[in-house]
Design a protein around this ligand. Sequence first.
Ligand SMILES: *Cc1c(COP(=O)(O)O)cnc(C)c1O
Length: 376
Amino acid sequence: MIQFNKPYLTGKEAHYIFQAVYDNNHISGNGVFTKKSQIFFEKRYGFNKTLLTTSCTDALEMSAMLINIEVGDEVIMPSFTFVSTANAFIRQGAKIIFADSEKNTPNIDADKIEELITPKTKAIVPVHYAGMACDMDKIMHLARKYNLFVIEDAAQAIDSFYKGKPLGSIGHLGTFSFHETKNIQSGEGGLLIINDKQFEKRAEIIWEKGTNRAEFFRGEVDKYGWVDVGSSFLPADMIAAFLYAQLENLDKIQNKRKFIWNKYFEKLEILEKAGFISLPKIPEYASNNAHMFYLLCKSIKERTELINFLKDKNVYSVFHYLPLHKSEFYKKLNTNNNIEECNRYSNTLLRLPMFYELTDENILQICNAVIEFYNA
Ligand SMILES: *Cc1c(COP(=O)(O)O)cnc(C)c1O
C-alpha cells in the first residue's frame, strides 16, 4: 500500500535533541535551538520577528489575542480551511463570516470579501491553500481601506511566495505549521510571524505566560512578573532541536517535493487535456511549494469511485476539506449560503500521496491507476 503521507526524517533530529538535553542543558522553551530556528526564518525570509510555538493553532490563537478580538467582532475567512483557522478567533468571542473560494483555486475569493465587511469587521484571515498564495494585493488594499488586520494562515505555505514576497510576511501577522503532515515538521509545532512592529513586545509576553521573562533573560529588566494575559505557547527546546535538523535540509526537501509534484502534473496532464479532470491552476503571482498534489473530479460520486479504485490498486488518496460552514458546530451559530465554489472543491478535490520518499516507481503506479480509472 502506498500511504498518503510519511513524515521525512533527515537523520540529524536525534543528534540535536541529544545536544539540547545533555550539552546545552536547556530542555524548556526559548533555548538555543529555539533561537537558532527563529534566526533561520528571520535571515532566510527577512521576517521582522518570529516566535516558535507549539502549533500553528497556537500561533493563530496568539494572533487573535494580539489584535484584541472581543465578543461580537467579525472575522472574515474562507470556509474551505482547517478548523483551527476559525477556532482561534471563536474562542475570543468572534463571529466568523465565511467567504467563498475562487473559481480557479480553493483560496478565498478576494473579490467577494468587500460585500461581507461591516462596521464590526476586525480582521481578514486568508489561508494559502496548498501553499499557493491568495491575491494579497487586493486583500491588503481592503484592509487599508477599512482599517482591518490581516492574519495570514500560512500553515501550508512555508517557502512559498506572492510576487516574490515570502508568504507569512505580508499581513500584520502570519502563521506556519510544523505538524507532521506539513513540508517541514517537528511532530507538532508552529511559528508566529510578527510583521507589524506594534505587536512585537506583547507577542513575547503572551508567549511567555503573560510575563516579561523574555526581556528579563535579555537583561533588559532586573526582575520579571505578571504584566498581561498570556499562556504557554512556546515549545520545549527539544522540539526546536528536531525542527532545526529539518530547516537545515529545507532546500533538499523542497527540491524533492517539487520534483514529485511536477512528475504528477506531467503524467496526469493527458487526463486534463481529454477533459476528465482538472489539475491545480497556479496564479501567475503565486509560487508552488509542493505542499500537496490535488486533482478535481467532476462529481462527488466520481471522486468516491476513484478513491475506492485507487485503494484496490494499493494507493491511499484522501479528500479535503468538509467546509466549515456545513459543520455541526457552525450551523448552530450561523448559516452562510452562496458559497458554491467552496462546496464544489469540497465535493471534488482529491489529494494524491505526497511525501519525500515517494519513488519514481510509486508515482508511475499512482498515475497509471488514475489513468486506468478514466480509461475504463
Ligand atoms: C495544518 C493547518 C493548521 C493547523 O496547524 P497545527 O500546527 O496542526 O495547529 C491550520 N490551518 C491550516 C490551513 C492547516 O493546514
